[in-house]
Design a protein around this ligand. Structure first.
Ligand code: FES
Length: 157
């Protein structure tokens, strides 16, 4: 696979990726690895009043993984987190105007890391409002219970 197999927009995002780094004062963190190729994508977000105020990524991976991660941050910056949760890897591929067939899984890496960062934010938010949970067992139990409640509540607001 050479860089020439990618379209112009994908190459542009690969060469000039947007929002690289780690969000300072972030409140959501996601990190996903792709066992097949060994690539890793990390996304941090800062969400205030349901809006993604800041989002950044770091990737160890191929041109496709870098371009799709860049695009995911561009599409979701300033948007409601529910919009971001509804995004699919197909949306990312469409936004880029297509990816070579063997590279479509790269977009899934960024989307999964994004969704994980939002779930992390939601879980942390639930734990804050529910009070201290000082063991991992309590954390996990509380996390499962509160995720649905938080999502439900955010839909009503
Ligand atoms: S080849 Fe692994 S994410 Fe692109």
């Amino acid at each position: 696979m050479s860089v020439l197999d990618y379209n112009e927009l994908t190459i542009e995002h690969f060469q000039n990726p947007r929002n690289v780094g780690v969000v300072k004062d972030g409140n959501g963190y996601g990190k996903i690895g792709e066992p097949g190729c060994g690539d890793i994508c990390e996304i941090t977000v800062r969400i205030e009043n349901s809006i993604i105020e800041d989002i950044k990524f770091r990737v160890y991976g191929c041109a496709g993984a870098i371009a799709t991660s860049s695009v995911v941050t561009e599409i979701t910056m300033g948007k409601n987190f529910e919009f971001a949760l509804d995004l699919t890897d197909d949306d990312v591929v469409d936004y880029l105007g297509g990816l070579p067939e063997g590279k479509k899984h790269c977009s899934l890496l960024a989307i999964k890391a994004l969704h994980q960062a939002i779930y992390d934010y939601l879980l942390n938010k639930g734990l804050e409002s529910a009070g201290a949970a000082n063991t991992k067992g309590q954390y996990n139990q509380l996390a499962k219970q509160t995720l649905q409640e938080i999502l439900q509540k955010s839909k009503q607001n």
